[in-house]
Design a protein around this ligand. Sequence first.
Ligand code: IDP
Length: 141
Amino acid sequence: MAVERTLSIIKPDAVAKNVIGEINARFEKAGLNIVAMKMVKLDDEKAGGFYAEHKERPFFKDLVEFMTSGPVVVQVLEGENAVMANRDLMGATNPQEAAAGTIRADFANSIDANAVHGSDSTESAAREISYFFADEEICPR
Ligand code: IDP
């Protein structure tokens, strides 16, 4: 398996619940290294640009409103098969459908406020990582 990088965002609901550390512990226990991390308050332009693929969806406005409602933690995770490993840790988009023991099953409130984002492919990961981080902000082990 290849070593990959993926973009993770701990969303405003999870930051407000004070579970940044618990979520990071899950990444670390699964063998994913946090190689970049910052806390930021997104504005409409930055959040809307990040979710541009959903621009025409009915939930887009609420999504941007939610993502700008408080600080988020943006991070790059690195490890074997990191994209899918993180998706497995996260669980399904809708927490009611998320498998027991996943981050969304344990910490998410709803499909809107669902605790975490994770890239869905290596292509998305490359785009999303460069959307938030300059190369020199990433610190491989
Ligand atoms: P993902 O975050 O599991 O990759 P996507 O389909 O890429 O899911 O959707 C991005 C985000 O948009 C979701 O995490 C969720 O916050 C929001 N979202 C997706 N579908 C819906 C919906 O049907 N209603 C409300 N929000 C949604």
